[in-house]
Design a protein around this ligand. Structure first.
Ligand SMILES: *Cc1c(COP(=O)(O)O)cnc(C)c1O
Length: 454
């Protein structure tokens, strides 16, 4: 196999011209989102905060959705991203498996998130919107949307969870460098923020509070919309450029994966790389698609399939998904992007139908795999990405034990250059594995809204 190049590159002209919509290939219809009274919410309910084109994509069952030329033009700044053959990692493991990874850390913001940020910014501008609000935890999504807003001339305001704002100043600096405004949440600019501050003046903030602030502002201003970085159907749709490119890159070297892996927080990069291969699976081809989640926030592997709120506070419509309960607070692991209580309804639906797989991995083992990866392949992965690497390493070792030369593909969703403090803690032996917090999850599941799902 030494005739296979290390880095499989596509030409800019080979950036996909259409996104793949997995909703066209579902084995059974998706249950709809529900309003507070348990009745399906129509697309109109979203019109206060999303532009018509994105609402249309949210409910579309068309298999292919054209990518606007202006969006492809921006994608050219970093797309197509490279697909690498991880030959040095394979050698270090002594595995007969062939390991490939798609590198989404090649984007300016260092993760896959700009793939959808750019599309969302463009559709909003086309709809006459001038400002976007959003929330961010550690700052990956906030920085991606700041970049996208800058490229299309939209003002962006990011409500950043206060504790991250104070502890992770460099993502905040990136957001400002790309011309967006970033505020520590809770603020006193919104009803939601003022309420929290009145009750606890020193509140460290939370993603739930930041979402409430961003949505409240977007809903109350005609020139302002809201943008979400994961979970929703249109976000997963935009991310399918990852898998569409990867499939073509593998085809170029005569390969097809036996298994595809990605870290799974809200499900957008997993859906992004896995869904185009799901299209082949739906057409009868054999391929295993594996979502990798933290053992401390085991949404798919230990959660319940139910209708639950998308946010902590209970402002969003009820979504049909695997959930740990909307007010479940996972332990403070370093993969901040994987601490979400639910998962994308599309991922959950296919998982429930037995068409996707999921594994949960403990934190320390993910850093062990990430450091092995950095020392063999060179790239220092984001802590989120280390989850996929752990699962791939485990599978490659299984292949070694069984003498199976499987082809394994994973999404390297981002680099870890802003997460070096977490690596320091790993090297100092300060990282912990958090036992599966069974009691906390049971308690949170007891507080699910009382609506039956599937
Ligand atoms: C946000 C993020 C994730 C998790 O989000 P998904 O929606 O599940 O993709 C994973 N990796 C990186 C690098 C991220 O920034």
């Amino acid at each position: 196999m030494s005739d296979v190049p290390t880095k499989i590159l596509l030409d800019e002209s080979e950036i996909p011209t259409q996104w793949y919509n997995v909703a066209a290939d579902l084995p059974s219809p998706m249950p709809p989102p529900l309003g507070p009274e348990g009745k399906p919410v129509g697309p109109d309910a979203l019109a206060a905060i999303f532009p018509p084109a994105l609402i249309e994509q949210e409910v579309s069952t068309e298999r292919w959705v054209p990518i606007p030329e202006a969006v492809r033009e921006v994608y050219r700044l970093w797309r197509p991203t490279p697909l690498y053959r991880a030959r040095r990692l394979e050698q270090a493991l002594g595995t007969p498996a062939r390991i490939y990874y798609k590198y989404e850390g090649a984007s300016p913001a260092g993760s896959h998130k700009p793939n959808t940020a750019v599309a969302q910014a463009w559709y909003n501008r086309e709809a006459g919107i001038r400002r976007l609000t959003t929330e961010t935890g550690a700052g990956q999504w906030g920085s991606a949307l700041a970049l996208a807003g800058q490229l299309f001339g939209l003002d962006v305001r990011v409500y950043m969870v206060r504790v991250s704002y104070e502890q992770k100043p460099f993502r905040r600096s990136m957001i400002e460098t790309w011309g967006a405004e970033v505020l520590p949440s809770p603020t006193d600019l919104t009803e939601a923020g003022r309420k929290v501050r009145a009750e606890s003046p020193d509140s460290p903030g939370s993603l739930g509070i930041a979402i409430s602030e961003a949505v409240e502002e977007a809903a109350s201003r005609k020139d302002t919309n809201y943008a979400l970085g994961s979970v929703l159907n249109h976000v997963l749709l935009h991310q399918t450029v990852i898998g569409l490119e990867a499939r073509r890159q593998l085809e170029r070297v005569g390969e097809y994966p036996d298994m595809v892996f990605a870290p799974c927080g809200g499900g957008s990069n997993f859906g992004g790389i896995a869904f185009p291969f799901f299209a082949d699976k739906a057409a009868g081809r054999e391929v295993r698609l594996v979502a990798v989640e933290p053992e401390s926030c085991p949404t798919l592997t230990r959660g319940r399939y139910a209708y639950d709120f998308g946010d902590t506070v209970g402002l969003t419509p009820l979504l049909p998904m695997y959930t740990l309960g909307h007010d479940f607070v996972p332990p403070g692991i370093h993969a901040g992007g994987l601490r979400y209580h639910g998962d994308a309804p599309l991922v959950c639906h296919l998982y429930k139908e037995g068409l996707l797989e999921a594994v949960a991995v403990p934190q320390v083992a993910t850093f062990e795999a990430g450091v092995l990866f950095a020392r063999t392949e060179g790239i220092i992965p984001a802590p989120e990405s280390n989850h996929a690497i752990r699962a791939v390493v485990d599978e490659a070792l299984r292949c070694k034990a069984l003498g199976e030369p499987k082809v394994l593909l994973f999404n390297l969703s981002g680099h870890g250059h802003f997460d070096m403090a977490a690596y320091d803690r790993y090297f100092n032996g300060e990282l912990e594995d958090f036992a599966y917090p069974e009691e906390a999850i049971e308690a949170a599941l007891d507080r699910l809204p009382r609506v039956a799902a599937g």
